[in-house]
Design a protein around this ligand. Structure first.
Ligand code: ZN
Ligand code: ZN
Length: 243
């Protein structure tokens, strides 16, 4: 999703939720509207996946503190895609931690320019959305390709369409899938990721079906609460219904 989304409330309820051992969801807005994720290893290394909007850094910091870390202690940063509701807060974390940033090559240029990729013809006023969606440039340290597993046991799954370089991430040690914006979980229902902000709606639909073929149980969504058990079955049922 991109750019304007409600308001940032106080850090209420829990600042982070452990959805599988060492896998944490950090809500950066109220109502689980946008999530970042953190993966904590036994040796204390922390991988941060996305970092919310440019102005939700306080929630990311609170989430990291909740799990015994700090924004200055992040070991590495992974990116789902070049939209400001996920990449907007990354520059701040890099400034505090010096952590390297890993993203797919097809989104790397947009991240480094602090811009969103072109939005498809399904949306009017595309140019306005692209201007509103600007964020602080993200210094990408290295690119990752589909199927590559990075330190921390996270495998990149290229699911293009929402953006050209959109990545879902599979945490192999706990069999937890983080979908990114390829699909969402909203009011108890799995849904296809926000059409309005898609680069290529048809390609995103095909990518979503790829997620049904992977091996996992828990599912974390960049928009919506997680499914801790039976996530694969829920996703496959949703995909089967779409044909
Ligand atoms: Zn989003
Ligand atoms: Zn998005």
């Amino acid at each position: 999703m991109a750019p304007r989304l409600g308001t940032v409330g106080p850090v209420g309820r829990e600042p982070a939720y452990e959805i599988a051992p060492g896998v944490w969801r950090i809500p950066v807005m109220t109502d689980d509207a946008i999530n970042a994720f953190a993966f904590v290893e036994d040796d204390g290394q922390v991988t941060l996946l996305d970092a919310g909007l440019p102005y939700t850094g306080r929630r990311v910091s609170a989430g990291l503190r909740h799990l015994g870390s700090d924004v200055s202690e992040v070991t590495r940063i992974l990116v789902t895609h070049a939209h400001n509701d996920h990449a907007g807060g990354i520059a701040r974390v890099v400034s505090a931690s010096g952590a390297p940033v890993l993203a797919h090559g097809s989104d790397a240029g947009y991240l480094q320019a602090g811009r969103v990729p072109p939005i498809g013809p399904q949306t009017r006023a595309r140019r306005a959305w692209e201007i509103l969606g600007r964020y602080r440039a993200v210094p990408v340290s290295a690119t990752v390709a589909d199927g590559e597993t990075v330190a921390g046991g996270l495998r990149a799954v290229h699911t293009p369409g929402h953006t050209p370089g959109h990545l879902s991430w599979l945490h192999e040690p706990t069999a937890t899938l983080i979908t990114g914006d390829a699909v969402h979980f909203y009011r108890g229902e799995v849904r296809i990721g926000m059409r309005l902000y898609c680069h290529d709606v048809a390609l995103n639909e095909r990518s979503a079906h790829r997620l049904g073929d992977l091996d996992y149980d828990a599912v974390g969504f960049t928009h919506g609460p997680e499914i801790r058990r039976g996530g694969r079955a829920a996703l496959r049922a949703f995909l089967a219904a779409r044909g």
